[in-house]
Design a protein around this ligand. Sequence first.
Ligand code: IPD
Ligand code: CA
Ligand code: CA
Length: 266
Amino acid sequence: MTAYSDYLREAVSAARIAGQYQKSRFASTLAIEMKGDKDLVTEVDKESERLIVEHLLSRFPGHDIIAEEGAYLHAGSPCRWIIDPVDGTTNYAHGYPWFCSSIALEVEGELVVGVIYNPIYDELFTALKGEGAYLNGNRLSVSTRMPLSNSLLGTGFPYDCATDPANNFANFITFQKSARGIRRAGAAALDLAYVAAGRLDGFWELKLKAWDVAAGVLMIREAGGVVTTFDGSTYDVFNDKIVASNGLIHDSMVATLAAVAAGVVG
Ligand code: IPD
Ligand code: CA
Ligand code: CA
């Protein structure tokens, strides 16, 4: 039987292969297609996914896969890789150097491996179930900052925010008033890695997909943080509302989201 650390090692290799390729193409002219009004996909997203999937399947033939740009294998394996080849595609396409690959492995539905790699900073975030979270080999823990008024938060907005009222705007306004600051950096996986690293104290977003969050959720839990749905209940990666934090400000974040949903603040 393969040890989880072997899976982690190969996920790291795949992320580095993709990252090297992304860096080599960064700020070059790219073929770009539109998935929706705002939602782009570039040739680098597709080729990064091909490189990651090729590497993982060469090591672990027969594993299941779901990935953003369409790689899908469902052979009934207990092992399933969940992959966002480029998180932060809009940034990438605009030459804004803030993006990553996110690779997670579930075994029998449980997250056991998470890798998030920012090739521009050469920052490799890793997590192994029960073994902690690391940045370039150094152990991570979430921040100890509290209360919410002293906290720096991350978030983002869905691509259909111009047309769907579930757009996160009211939450954003309310947290902007009650927290120290909010960053909308454009790569949810990196936001989650930053919560694990204590660089952000909390994060919330809606309509994210499993590939945006899977690696980061394991990372935050392994770094001592908390991840739930907006109402504070148990989160799984197919939930469309996520709140993640250092734990200390979690109740305040959940209470704020509830107050916005009830129309009490906004
Ligand atoms: C997006 C980014 C962004 C978030 C979007 C995601 P993509 O992923 O993570 O920060 O706000 O909702 O879809 O399209 O760059 O892989
Ligand atoms: Ca993404
Ligand atoms: Ca993506």
